[in-house]
Design a protein. Sequence first.
Length: 462
Amino acid sequence: MKHNKIIATILTATTLLATPGIASTTNDAVPFVSEITASAALASNEVIVSGLVYALDYTNKTATLKGRYSNLTTITVPATIKSNNVTYKVTSIYGSAFDENVTIKQVDMSKATYLESIGYAAFRDSKGLTKVTLSPSTKTIGGYAFTGCTALSTFNFNGNNKITKLDYNIFQNCTSLQSISLPYSLTYIGKECFENTLLSSITIPGQVTIVAAEAFNNCPMLKNVTFQASGDATAKLDLLMDSFANCKSLETVRFDRRSINAAIDVFEGSNENVSMVGYGASDYTQSLCQKLLKKWGITYNPKGTNAEKKAAIDKLAKAIHSYITYEGIAEEGCAATVLSTRKGTCGGYARAFYNCALAMGMTQKEVLVGGDAHCHAWNYVKVNGKWYNYDCSNQFYYYTDSQYSKIMISNWGSVSQHTNPSRWVVCADNQTGSSDETDYSNPRHYNYDKYLSDFNLGTRAK
């Protein structure tokens, strides 16, 4: 069909559809659908090719896909189209081009080798859409592009490594989306991008620097999250508020990168039995500690008076006691998990206090994780030149050995580890207590007295 005949047909269809009570009987007429309506007749620079409407840029010889002009169930975006014997490169999909479509089932952009951008809300609420194959040339996808596509189960980036940013809400409420492989070129994952999806696992590429607020909020089937190594020790990863909140099935979070800056509520409301592992878990933990210290208004001056330092230490112990709920969880001794879920047992309280004390400015020669090698863990803290016992899980602060021994005997019985402080130990396995670094249930125990002697750390307050 020649271009002038198409325009004539469009005008005929427009007239018939715009006139109440008159139906189109013209054989050449192409039925309108929701995206291109009779009241929005094609502009002078728009053409129909294979049932799709394009806007032409005569100067740059490019075309923008604007919508359908027939009841296609599969949208195949070509690399180029022809109009009046002129070839135009298809470089973009217009914002809201297929918004609220109910019949499109698949979108194939794999051959659209010039397609650089997909506009805002381009396929929003296309309830029948099940599969999308992206162009390897696409650089930008607008916000809300696929939000509400409740049947979308397959999204193939098709080897695309030009996309650096996934904008806000792109896949929000895609409640059939169970898996997706993100391109390694990605540096940013936008607000609520994957909220309310059924992803079971996600690998965050090493070049990502920001996971925005609520990006993976309320993903009820999400079990495993991996933050890949960045290859750049200086590259920082920001995890913003609630970015993985309310993920009730979360089992493992692996931090395989360093320099993590995390909000204190990244995993708010997620599964309390999550295991947080990897060599970057300590960086993540220290970030939480810095945020918490600021929230609690706790500062520590290493050059301050003994009274000032003790006041800060006491305030920290009380804050930890109030912040964490005593509850048995799978990783009850891991500071990263305990500070994320705000639940844990004595080992978790001790690890949390230890990490916050280091973040506050104390050194590993001033604070230790200790225990009785029997049933309980707590901290040793050097105050006024002597080592005292701080037990955040039971709100016992600043006790000498004899005082704390009496407390343990009163609460947990007269076993030899409680009656004889010389049998107490230092737990020196690792900083966070993360189970993949060493088995925290069997940490490297050092006799308390021997540890202080070997490292010339001073003496216990007996």
